[in-house]
Design a protein around this ligand. Structure first.
Ligand code: SIN
Length: 513
């Protein structure tokens, strides 16, 4: 029997585990924290799928490609959108309950760049939590082994193919054998000073893939969510709030988003996030305001109960007063490059969800396509990993360099004396300033030199925290390398030294580094 180790317990990992089990594999899920602690759990807006008669998979595909600035891979997008209705049915069969109206029909919301209402939600704005709950319950019911507190440090590669994982479990190092490993650890949000992502999002899967020699692509494309609460700890305010009609105002009460794009608050996320950053720069860095007062107290409480609680916990009444918001790192479009079945370039190694670069997002992800990607491609990766115990790796198009070459390429500018001492916070600040919403060649070179220096002086990690820091450094180095190599602005990759005019005449947003 094929032994499959799934690393990570969000929608992609749990779906992969369930499908691998259904395909006859012996499956273990390895998760470094509690099994329900994942990016999935915090997803609010929902999951996109074509489910109504006045929508079509062609329209969903077109919207996905448009949001991606044309860089998404058409075959991957088609696989994603075609898989939508089956993925939703699969989640419902596994016990996930989406919100329905009085007539029993699923309620469908709207988010930016979607030409139709196609966003399913659960518990109003607790969609990810409901999916996480349902899938975990199903994994338990199916008797899938779940090893909590198992931090995978690397995959074991023997004679050119994956043979298992190395990990730290209950403070001790251990190895577990596997015929196939599925990396599904989510994203890299903790590489940035302000993020919507939970503490666990330390780029583990991407860094493991890099160290195993897997091709990693598109890491320059980091999506910044336009609206997190700017009071207290950053807290996501779903795009669905703008989808329901909330608007953005500057301190003078002006609706500035329309200056950047005719679709205003529902323009692509990268455009809205940059419009907010520019407005903030004009008003001394202070946050802008999200005005949801037109939606009414009863609606806000019913439709967005989680956000409503977070807003009120901060002493704000968003039914009466606009709330302060600012952008935050949210999602990485790049990752470990895979084919349509989750295969990476390393035989036996698979990737799914935010860890993977399937090609569906291009330069900018369409809202609510990430949970769908986790469900559709997690399932494909799970099934394939169970079937294939011996095979060749795929040509996933290598864009990553060996670490020593990367460091040589970038260690050129900053004298060691200029380098701040390494801490996670210092890395987050460097990435926020130099590889954030706006970048330029000089800032990226500074970031590259600092990161290279940190990598050179950091001793081999021993604790989980040290391993996470190394993973963040490895992922950050790749983001900076890719952002330096792509000198033209496109989608979420905004170079202030290359202001595009091809799309819409957006004013300059200077890099902050
Ligand atoms: C949101 O609810 O705004 C986030 C949804 C997403 O990132 O797709």
């Amino acid at each position: 029997m094929t032994r499959v180790a799934v690393v990570g317990s969000g929608i992609a990992g749990l779906t992969a585990a369930l499908e691998a089990r259904s395909a006859g594999a012996d499956v273990v899920v390895l998760t470094k924290a509690a099994p329900d602690e994942s990016n999935t759990r915090y997803a609010q807006g929902g999951i996109a799928a074509v489910l109504s008669a006045d929508d079509s998979v062609e329209a969903h595909a077109e919207d996905t490609l448009r949001a991606s600035s044309g860089l998404a891979d058409a075959d991957a997008v088609r696989t994603l959108v075609d898989g939508g209705s089956v993925a939703i049915a699969g989640l419902e069969v596994r016990g996930v309950g989406f919100d329905r109206g009085a007539d029993g029909a699923r309620l469908l919301g709207r988010e930016a760049v979607h030409s139709a209402s196609r966003i399913l939600h659960a518990g109003g704005d607790a969609t990810g939590a409901e999916i996480q709950r349902g899938l975990l319950a199903e994994c338990r019911a199916r008797g899938i082994e779940m090893r909590e507190g198992a931090f995978v440090t690397d995959v074991v590669v023997s004679r050119g193919r994956v043979a298992g994982v190395r990990m730290i479990e209950r403070g001790a190092t251990a190895e577990a054998q596997a015929d196939a490993v599925v990396l599904a650890t989510g994203g890299i949000g903790q590489a940035y000073a302000v993020t919507t992502n939970p503490q666990v999002a330390t780029g583990d899967g991407i860094a493991i893939g890099l160290r195993a020699g897997a091709a990693v692509r598109d890491m320059e494309f980091v999506q910044f969510h336009p609206t997190v609460l700017a009071v207290g700890a950053p807290f996501l305010v779903s795009e669905a709030v703008r989808g329901e009609g909330a608007v953005l105002l500057d301190e003078a009460g002006r609706r500035f988003a329309l200056d950047a794009h005719p679709d205003g608050e529902l323009a692509p996320r990268d455009v809205v996030a940059r419009a907010i950053a520019r407005a903030m720069a004009r008003q001394g860095g202070r946050p802008v305001l999200l005005d949801a007062t037109g939606l009414g107290a009863a609606f806000l409480t019913r439709r967005f109960p989680t956000i409503d609680r977070a807003v009120r916990d901060r002493g704000l009444d968003w039914a009466r007063v606009p709330i302060p918001v600012s952008p935050a790192a949210h999602y990485v479009m790049g990752g470990v490059a895979t084919d349509l079945d989750g295969r990476t370039s390393v035989p036996g190694l698979f990737a799914a969800g935010e860890t993977a670069r399937t090609g569906v997002h291009g330069a900018n992800r369409l809202a609510s396509n990430s949970l769908l990607e986790g469900a559709v491609f997690g399932a494909r990766a799970g099934r394939t990993s169970a079937r294939e115990s011996v095979r060749e790796g795929v040509d996933a198009g290598s864009t990553s360099l060996a670490p020593e070459l990367r460091d040589r390429l970038v260690a050129r500018k900053t004298a060691p004396g200029d380098v701040p001492s390494l801490s996670r916070r210092a890395l987050q600040d460097v990435m926020w300033s130099c590889a954030g919403l706006s970048r330029d060649a000089e800032g990226l070179a500074d970031a590259a030199a600092i990161i290279a220096r940190w990598r050179a002086v950091t001793p081999a990690p021993r604790t989980v925290r040290e391993h996470e820091d190394r993973n963040l450094l490895d992922a950050a180095a790749e983001i900076v390398r890719a952002a330096s190599a792509r000198t033209a602005s496109i989608g979420a990759h905004w170079r202030s030294d290359d202001v595009p005019t091809y799309d819409h005449p957006e004013p300059v947003l200077e890099a902050a580094c």
